[in-house]
Design a protein around this ligand. Structure first.
Ligand SMILES: NC(=O)c1ccc[n+]([C@@H]2O[C@H](COP(=O)([O-])OP(=O)(O)OC[C@H]3O[C@@H](n4cnc5c(N)ncnc54)[C@H](OP(=O)(O)O)[C@@H]3O)[C@@H](O)[C@H]2O)c1
Length: 316
């Protein structure tokens, strides 16, 4: 640990931050040490990270003073917010602001802010192709992140803006996998017609972030967009069919139908898929997988991710 540059990692027990903690710790001879931030240093996941060699500290993105303590003495930080824990864009923005101000207070030299596009730049609230949600947003969990970018620039924090992509792990943990239709056949629902969805293995996000820190100042002030592969619904269904060893078809529905599915966040997700579909070129262009592969040479394709994970996708 001595002499290493500390990266303080928000969301360390979760997908994005966890991937970064493991990437830092797996590079034993590297220049960086991992400081894992959690709300509960005694949880099983936090203890697991400590056993792997991470320094574990307690803080919450709700509490700016705790973030200042957690960032103190670090070289850099990885900042992420947790929309699906509360569904509130306002909370997400308050959390981003807390992290930006705490990073400034700690004098950090490099922060990665895990952000997404503010879709209102493409689809103003007056555009009725998709409903406005929560009064002020089109895709709340995107718009709140994009709107938060200025907290980092306004504070003068040396920041890389990391545009992430749809996790393929959503097929395991978010109910996005194939489901049996009334005839018992597996239907993979993606409301994007033949348009392609940039996706990524969640673990690869942290590995890419590590590549950004390793590059030194190269990416400070820049936006970096990452994806493992771009595939349409039919291509994903075909890969799923091969990996699962049973027929899977692409169930192509309209975004409006997806919004009506009724699960919490279905309207937000339906608008998100419509944004991907209607602005396919603009959304895909920055997410060239070659960029992510340069940062993370072990970047997985969908087929590689499926080879490791298909058995974990719940099918009932
Ligand atoms: N799913 C996707 O396809 C996708 C794609 C792109 C972007 N995103 C975005 O990714 C974000 C979530 O990141 P993730 O998937 O890495 O999260 P995650 O796996 O759900 O993990 C979140 C971790 O953050 C910690 N946490 C929760 N509330 C906290 C708080 N108040 N203060 C400090 N830590 C807190 C929790 O750790 P402790 O319990 O240990 O504190 C938890 O383990 C969301 O905003 C989402 O919009 C998701």
């Amino acid at each position: 640990m001595a002499g290493k540059k500390i990266i303080a990692i928000v969301g360390a027990t979760g997908s994005q931050g966890g991937g970064l903690v493991r990437a830092v710790l797996n590079d034993k001879s590297g220049a960086f040490a991992a400081r894992a931030i959690t709300r509960d240093a005694n949880s099983a996941k936090a203890k697991e990270l400590a056993a792997l060699g991470a320094e574990v500290v307690s803080a919450s993105v709700d509490d700016i003073e705790s973030l200042k303590r957690a960032f103190a003495g670090a070289y850099g930080a990885f900042c992420v917010t947790f929309f699906w824990d509360h569904f509130s864009p306002e909370k997400e923005m308050a959390h981003a602001r807390n992290m930006a101000l705490a990073a400034k207070h700690a004098g950090l030299q490099h922060v990665i802010w895990s952000t997404l596009e503010d879709t209102r730049r493409w689809m103003p609230l007056s555009d009725d192709r998709m409903p406005t949600l929560q009064d002020k947003y089109k895709v709340p969990h995107f718009d709140a992140k994009g709107e938060s970018d200025h907290f980092f620039t306004d504070a003068g924090v040396p920041t890389t803006f990391l545009l992430t992509s749809f996790y393929w792990d959503n097929l395991i943990f978010f109910g996005s996998g194939p489901k049996k239709d009334p005839s018992g056949k597996l239907a993979f629902t993606l409301p994007m017609g033949d348009k392609k969805l940039p996706g990524i293995a969640a673990e690869d996000i942290g590995k890419c972030a590590y590549g950004i820190f390793q590059a030194g100042k190269e990416y400070v002030g820049k936006t970096v967009a990452i994806a493992g592969e771009h595939l349409n619904g039919a291509e994903m269904a075909a890969a799923l069919q091969q990996a699962l060893g049973q027929p899977v078809y692409h169930n192509s529905v309209e975004p409006a139908v997806y919004r009506s599915f009724g699960f919490p966040g279905a309207d937000d997700m339906g608008n998100m898929f419509q944004f991907y579909r209607d602005f396919e070129a603009d959304f895909r262009r920055p997410r060239d997988p070659a960029i992510a592969r340069r940062l993370n040479p072990s970047l997985q394709t969908f087929k590689e991710w499926l080879a490791r994970n298909a058995k974990r996708i719940p099918l009932d």
